[in-house]
Design a protein around this ligand. Structure first.
Ligand code: UFG
Length: 320
């Protein structure tokens, strides 16, 4: 298939683009490099630099694309609280420009990066796709609005759409000649921040709260390896059905506490990794664990790489 990957210079988009190329697809990456890296665009993909508003219509029109995988987004929860307008504009506004461009060009399939943040503070665990969606920040709200737009475009224009609601993505893709992983300029995620200590870039990792109602008092999250996540995108692409918008959680279904993640990082790196306990980070729910039953039964997907493998691959990437 001929595929447009928006945000294909970012962490997750670049890994999926590499996997799509590996599966024999033709890939064009569209990325404005606001947070991505040009050298993360996998060899073999065509790279176009630009925003969706500026370039999506131009790239798609008359070019015979079969589908779009849409990763391009602003994705920092804290920044979204400070600049909500930016998140509505870049996430929802630019996605609407993309959807219009797809319609104009007759491209009928999209796989979209949605998020666990659409659910907000869950009432029960594990989280089902049918649970209430009550985002607690503009990042989650803007992604939920895109999900709503996809439902409408499917109903009214016959778009075939799949939203994958990512939980906590970690790990890297390391293969012959390929090394793609997380290297955000502003890093908020737990695993890369813990590994920075083992790399000697920081004295200690700050842990945000141990007074949560969880077994060890730290937050519990559902970690998923970026390569397992990428595999789900390939399955989702085949599952896009005209006129339907399908939503799938994408997590392993297993929760790990912050302390447990740090312990795995110590084991993998052999470094003591000093940790300093701080207060809670505003907006962090105590437990976020996905039910992945729907994607397992509908698409036959299952995670194959555990937390140890995620940390080991992230560490290999960081020390490559
Ligand atoms: N944490 C620390 N120290 C750090 C970084 C994180 O203690 O340096 C803690 C957080 O407080 C949280 C856990 O580690 O309890 C995981 O935090 P991350 O920032 O790695 O991930 P989040 O669960 O906050 O975020 C993920 C996705 C977001 C998404 C969110 C939904 O990365 O995109 O889930 O709530 F919005």
């Amino acid at each position: 298939m001929k595929l447009l990957v928006t945000g294909g210079a970012g962490y997750i988009g670049s890994v999926v683009a590499a996997r799509l190329l590996g599966a024999g697809h033709e890939v064009v990456v569209l990325d404005d490099l606001s947070t991505g890296h040009a050298d993360a665009v996998p060899g073999g993909a065509t790279f176009v630099r630009g925003t969706l508003r500026e370039a999506a219509a131009e790239v798609l029109t008359g070019a015979g694309f079969d589908a779009v995988l849409h990763f391009a987004a602003k994705s920092l929860v804290g920044e979204s609280v400070e600049k909500p307008g930016l998140y509505w504009d870049k996430n929802l506004g630019e996605t609407l420009a993309l959807l219009d461009a797809m319609r104009g060009a007759g491209v009928g399939r999209i796989v979209f990066s949605s998020t666990a943040a659409t659910y907000g503070e869950p009432e029960s665990t594990p989280i089902l796709e049918t649970d209430p969606t009550r985002p607690t920040n503009p990042y989650g709200a803007s992604k939920l609005a895109i999900d709503a737009a996809l439902t409408e475009f499917a109903r009214l224009y016959g778009l075939g759409a799949v939203s994958l609601r990512y939980f906590n993505v970690a790990g890297a893709l390391l293969e012959e000649g390929i090394a793609l992983g997380e290297r955000h300029t502003v890093e908020t995620h737990l695993v890369p921040n813990v590994l920075k200590v083992a790399l000697g870039e920081r004295e200690a990792v700050q842990l945000f709260g141990d007074d949560y109602p969880t077994p060890d008092g730290t937050c519990v999250r559902d970690y998923i390896h970026v390569v397992d996540l990428a595999h789900a995108h390939l399955l989702a692409l085949d599952a896009c059905a005209a006129g339907a918008h399908q939503i799938f959680n994408l997590g392993s279904g297993t929760g790990y506490s912050v302390h447990e993640v740090v312990a795995v990082c110590r084991e993998v790196t052999g470094h003591a990794i000093p940790a300093e306990m701080r207060g809670r980070r505003p907006g962090d729910p105590a437990v976020l664990v996905a039910s992945s039953d729907r994607i397992r039964s509908a698409l036959g997907w299952k995670p194959e790489r555990d937390l140890h493998r995620m940390v080991a691959d992230a560490w290999s990437f960081a020390t490559r």
